[in-house]
Write a new protein. Sequence first.
Length: 98
Amino acid sequence: MQQKKIPMRKCVGCGEMKSKKELVRVVRTPEGEISLDPTGKKNGRGAYFCGDPACVVKAQKGRRLERAFECAVPPEVYEALAQSIAAAAKPEEGACKS
Ligand SMILES: [Zn+2]
């Protein structure tokens, strides 16, 4: 019960607490632009997703990002998010189709 060193964040989809490393960050910049933040270093308000694509679906249906950011979230953001999570979920990048 003493894991104080790992910063934990809550997944917007399932509400589970995970370490930041396991999560994908989405950020709303001070300019109002919403984008993925793979580095976790962008300025702005952040929301987090775990590696489960179902969480993106849940969040989109429940408009949870909209709530987290208090502004409209374009569908492209959810799409990019789903893609990024799907890509990360693959164990290897052996299957390349071009
Ligand atoms: Zn989740």
